[in-house]
Design a protein around this ligand. Structure first.
Ligand SMILES: *Cc1c(COP(=O)(O)O)cnc(C)c1O
Length: 457
């Protein structure tokens, strides 16, 4: 049904409902399937971001109609406990009343001015007061924009071109960061997407995570040419690859010694694992940090910041150009500000850690009893089910390639049981303040049932 063809009156709605009930019941998921068909006609692959298309798990995506607290509902009227949480932003859950109210009040005063407004200053003050070493922050509209701009700033501030990133970290889709490791360790990168020129990729070196030797070798050869090392200090885009503090410490030491900037990409971890992100957790202050997701409270916001000495290289203060029509948008700023204030006011980060601990306590015995290799990797309210035994993987290369097949079956069993997980084995799950014990219990019951149905593998 076209949106425009929706019944206009209540009696028409009742009539059409009666007509529908007389017709044979539609197959489960029929309405989602119809919408997805329409989507494919007008949007590439039917989606505005690739993983949403379910290619990694097979089948077709459910189409969402609404979200409330820990639950989402699809257009077929089925409800799911949502552990995707829009890939991280929804730390308070869907449609939190305080955020909805903040958005409504902001929108009533105008949705954008393209001029300085109060709320962007308040959010900047809040963010700089919470995150270690952050004196100034500039807001943009996505995480991609944040990392792209921070890289330009790092290059402009150091007068160097080379960027170092790690295999298994994702930093959005800017050209210089869509780069994969070349053959062999510590080589210059190659484009990880069509459309990225070799010459761009050649300015980015890609290293393995969890490997101080490779890092030291690169710094011996190229240390004086490196503008910045960008890393997710809690890599959460290729599974959850928890790093050793010593590895991050080596990064801090080497960059400082050689005049390269250390850039923590905290788009997921920032204001998620605690008010000071991974920087606070590890006690390591980066030179630059990027934010997104939680900082916008569910609206499009990114940000990058650092010490004033570096940030003042940005226009209009300095020569590094960066701008945005909707940057500091008052509605998005209001959602972010309300989210952070609520987390502070209600000891949200402690509550999320406690929820994560409860999940772990309930889930670990179930996973240990399973005949499929599976383990829980968790950091605060970020979790990942790794379908492999042994040590938790700390680098992309340590992930069992068979895990994805196991996850495919698991994902669909969970979906059928009313649990919405990320449609890819490489994506993590998130808890929000709206996830109560009953949701965690239903999740654990679902996991036990799914693993039993899967049998040994
Ligand atoms: C999501 C993400 C990005 C990109 O943010 P978008 O808002 O999707 O552009 C960058 N870095 C990390 C670590 C992310 O998780």
């Amino acid at each position: 049904m076209k949106e425009g063809a929706a019944p206009a009156t209540e009696s028409a709605a009742a009539e059409s409902a009666a007509a529908e009930s007389a017709a044979p019941a539609p197959a489960p998921g029929a309405t989602s399937a119809a919408w997805f068909q329409r989507a494919k006609e007008c949007i590439p692959g039917g989606v505005n971001s690739p993983v949403r298309a379910f290619r990694a798990v097979g089948g077709e995506p459910i189409v969402i109609r609404s979200g409330s607290g820990a639950l989402i509902e699809d257009v077929d009227g089925r409800s799911y406990i949502d552990f995707v949480c829009s890939w991280g932003p929804l730390i308070l859950g869907h449609a939190h009343p305080a955020v909805v109210e903040a958005v409504r009040r902001a929108a009533e005063r105008g949705t954008t001015y393209g001029a300085l407004c109060e709320v962007e200053i308040e959010l900047a003050e809040t963010v700089t007061s919470l995150y270690p070493g952050l004196e100034k922050v500039r807001f943009v509209s996505s995480g991609t924009e944040a990392t792209m701009s921070a890289i330009r700033l790092a290059r402009g501030a150091t007068g160097r071109d080379l960027i170092v990133k790690f295999s298994g970290c994702y930093h959005g889709h800017a050209d210089h960061l869509l780069v994969a490791a070349g053959s062999g360790l510590a080589t210059f990168g190659r484009p990880d997407s069509a459309g990225v020129p070799e010459s761009f990729a050649s300015q980015t070196c890609v290293l393995p995570l969890d490997d101080e030797e490779a890092l030291e070798a690169l710094f011996r050869r190229q240390g004086d040419n490196i503008a910045a090392v960008i890393v997710e200090p809690i890599p959460a885009n290729n599974g959850l690859l928890l790093q050793r503090a010593a590895f991050l410490g080596a990064l801090r030491d080497l960059t400082r010694q050689r005049g390269a900037l250390l850039l923590f990409d905290e788009v997921i971890s920032g204001f998620r694992v605690g008010p000071g992100g991974a920087a606070e957790l590890f006690g390591i202050t980066p030179d630059l940090a990027t934010f997104g997701k939680v900082i916008g409270g569910g609206l499009p916001v990114g940000g990058f910041g650092g010490g004033a000495d570096i940030m003042d290289h940005l226009a209009p203060e300095g020569p590094v150009y960066q701008a945005g029509t909707l940057s500091g948008n008052p509605v998005a700023m209001a959602a972010g500000l309300e989210t952070l204030r609520l987390l502070e006011r209600e000891r949200g980060w402690q509550k999320l850690e406690a929820a994560g601990e409860r999940l772990e306590t309930m889930l670990v015995p179930i996973l240990e009893a399973a005949t499929t290799p599976i383990q829980l990797v968790r950091c605060a309210s970020i979790f990942w089910l790794a379908f492999q035994g042994g040590e938790p993987p700390r680098s992309a290369a340590a992930i069992d390639p068979h895990a994805a097949e196991r996850y495919r079956r698991f994902f669909h069993l969970m979906l059928k049981n009313g649990v919405y997980l990320a449609p890819s084995s490489y994506e993590v799950g998130f808890l929000s303040l709206a996830h109560e014990d009953q949701h965690l219990e239903r999740f654990c019951d679902g996991v036990a049932a799914a693993l039993a149905a899967m049998g040994p593998s």
